[in-house]
Design a binder for this molecule. Sequence first.
Ligand SMILES: [Zn+2]
Length: 147
Amino acid sequence: MNRAVIAIARSPPRSLHQQPPTAFLHFVNTRNFIKMVERLTLRKRTPYNTKSNRRRVIKTPGGKLRYLHVKKLPTSPKCGDCHTALAGVKALRPREYATVSKTNKTVQRAYGGSRCANCVRTRIIRAFLVEEAKVVKLVVKAAASKK
Ligand SMILES: [Zn+2]
């Protein structure tokens, strides 16, 4: 976390009568100059920089710098046929879908939260043409048997 190290501690110098600062200050050599920065302590137990353990540096209302653990970004649900993002369906982390209402997860159409509108349209047309082909086949068969 490079940004954490480069962030400047802006708190004014404290006199001896004030309480000692809880965060330690140390010097960091950035590209051309030396800065005094506030050291940050981790908020969770795991120190590894994994995908699920990302952190951001924030400034609290009290003026201290602190790690903010950032959750993973959600991806929007995709159409099962053409893999485009589904319109009208919220992009949430998996467990968040359990807490939102059904209107956030679907649209009021056949194959609503699963297939996009264009794919449903082609499915309907295809099914209709298949049925029409069956009818045409029956008609042709009946005309052939009459002769
Ligand atoms: Zn589609």
